[in-house]
Design a protein around this ligand. Sequence first.
Ligand SMILES: *Cc1c(COP(=O)(O)O)cnc(C)c1O
Length: 384
Amino acid sequence: MDFTRIIEQKDKLQTPLFYYDLEILKATLDAASKEATKYGYHVHYALKANANHKILEIIKNAGFGADCVSGNEVLRAVEVGFKKEDIVFAGVGKTDKEINDALDADIFCFNIESIEELNVINELAVTKGKTARIALRINPNVNANTHHYITTGLDENKFGINLWELEHLLTVLGKCENIELTGIHFHIGSQINDLSAFKSLCLRVNTIQEWFINHNLIIPHINVGGGLGVDYYKPDENLIPDFETFFAIFKEHLDLRPHQQLHFELGRSLVAQCGTLFTRVLYVKKGIKSNFMIVDAGMTELIRPALYQSYHKVENITPHEGTEKYDVVGPICESSDSFGKAVTMPTTKRGDLIAIRTTAAYGEVMASQYNLRDKAAVLYSDEL
Ligand SMILES: *Cc1c(COP(=O)(O)O)cnc(C)c1O
């Protein structure tokens, strides 16, 4: 990533700072869109990764739909101008208010996660005299081989409907007059780099399709969720994820019936690399085993390392002679408030600007004001 203009202005920049490179965002969207369009696939952007207006605007203009996991995300998607027929709404715990808001917005589809939810949506739709289109989120029991906190497609996870419940579900569905079954939905996890997990998902979906066909049901829409990973270790070598291979796996292994449409919900892979969290060094402190580099960003700006033990590349972009090893830590009163252990970096001084890479997904959206911290500043590349 080219930080020339940031370096030129480094003394003026307020930190911590969420910086978004819109050229990288656009290049990523173009690449994903090109590969998905080859096969006529639909991609819905998962708003939960980053819901900033400016970013959503660009994603909407690039022709993507919206995947929401809360009522407020549905409202945000509508506000930004995503077409209602391109909005899907998932989540294990939709409240009545959220369901009503989504019914009012006439969204494309509710991805429902339990039989009880099905009944509630039906009742609320009856009250409004509307028909709710739904997709059944089925738990495919496929292991995504990712961190256990972001694995979602196993029997033991809270997400989706288990296969053994489907028979009963169809009976309930038969009694829900204001529900239209339009799809089946899957989402096996996030930050998936072992692409064979997606092949396993395809094979599983084929079997599940057979089950529906044996019950005389052809489902018009299949939604295989998101989860494509990004390279946190070598962001510059792999700024744009390998969408070509990703979509080709579904083309090769998923048996679509005539007129069936395939949908995806990508979050992280569309946005992660366009964001960098800039932070300034407050103090450099000698420890017993290593040096501590204490920076002005913490888990309040980027909680992923504390929450999932995830890695982000940390770089000192202020040029200096010599190198040393640092534990890069934030100011928050928690030992997990750390961005890296024994990271080799140029000899660092108070005031240096540090780049924490690949932070546009699940960064700013997860920020908190813990310790009564201020909200971090935000800067887009077109404002530099
Ligand atoms: C989080 C989520 C996504 C997006 O996941 P990414 O790993 O960011 O691509 C898609 N669908 C559902 C239902 C989700 O919960």
